[in-house]
Design a protein. Sequence first.
Length: 343
Amino acid sequence: MARRVSVLLTMVILTSAAFGSANADAQSLTLEADVTAAATTENLEAGATAVRGFGEIHGWNFYGDASWATRHGSASDAFGAAYPYHPNLSLLELKLEKTEIKGDRLLGVRLGRYRTPFGIYSGSDQGYTGFLRAPLIRNSYYWALSNNYLETGGSVMAGTTWLSAEVSAGIPTDQDPYSRARGLDTVVHVQGAGGPFIAGVSYIRTRPSTGWFFATGTTEFTGVDLRWMKNGVQLRGEWIAGRPFLGTRTHGGYADVLVHRPSMGPVTAVARIERLDYLAGPFSEFPRRYTLGARIRLTGGLMAEINHVRQPYDVAADPGHTSMDIALTYSVRPGNLLGRGAR
C-alpha cells in the first residue's frame, strides 16, 4: 500500500510538470546533489551520494530525495546523521505540501512520504550541520527513535504563525536497519515560536522494530524540544521518555551548541552532550556520548566536517572508546531549472 502511494505521488508530480508548461509561471524545479567521502578511526570508510529535487506545481510545494551509499570496515553508527548509509539506492522523502496563511492563522496539508514529524526531525536540522552521527535518541540501535523513520500518509497542520499543531497518520516505510512493523502510526507535534525561541512537544504511537523478535505491544514516546538562536550562537536540544516496546522504558536526550561568528570566517564550531537510559532489567543499557567538532567551508561547494567523539560506555564495547570522524562533501546546486516561478 505504501509503495503504491509513493508511485502514485511520483506520477502526479511528473504529469503535472509535463502538462503544465502552458502555465510555467506557477512552476519551479530545483535540483541539488551532494557527494560525500568519509572515514573514522573506528576502522570504517564510507562514500555516499544524495540527490534532492524541490519546487512548486500550481500552488503546491513538492520535495523528493534519494541516497546511495557504500561502507567498508567495521560496524559503526558514524555518518548516519543526514540519511541512511545503505549500499543500495534508498528513496527517502517524496511529498506534496500546501500551506495557506490568512492574517496570523495558518492551515497546512502534507501528503506522501515524509520524515516522522517528531521533535527536531527535518533533514536540514540533522544533516550537514557539523555533526556526523545521529543523536542516541534518534538512532534506533539504542532503543529509541530514528532519523530514518519515514511515514507514508498525510498530515494536517493548523493554528497561528506563532503556535500550531500537526497531526500525522501514516504507515511506516522506514529506511532503517531496525525498520518498524507495518500498521497505522499516529504522531502529534505542537510547536510555538517567539523571539529567538522555538519550542515543541511531540507524541508518537507506532509499532516496534521487526528486528526485535521479542518485542510486543506498541512503541510510544513523548518528547520536548527547544531551540534558541542569537548573534551567531544556536542552542538546541531534545528530551524523550517512553517505551520502545512492552515491558521496557527509555528516556534520554541531547543538547547542542553551534557557534558561527564573523571572526571565525568559514568555521562553525559545534559541541554536543547526550545520554540515554534503556531500562529492561538485566538487559538495561546506559550509553553516553560527548562530541566536539567543526564544520568548515573550504570552497563554495566543498565542505569538511570533523568530530572528536568520546563514548565512555557503549553497548558493543563496555570500556568505551574515543574516535575521530572526518567527512568531505561536495555540493552541486544548479538552481531553478525552469527559470521561473521560484520563490
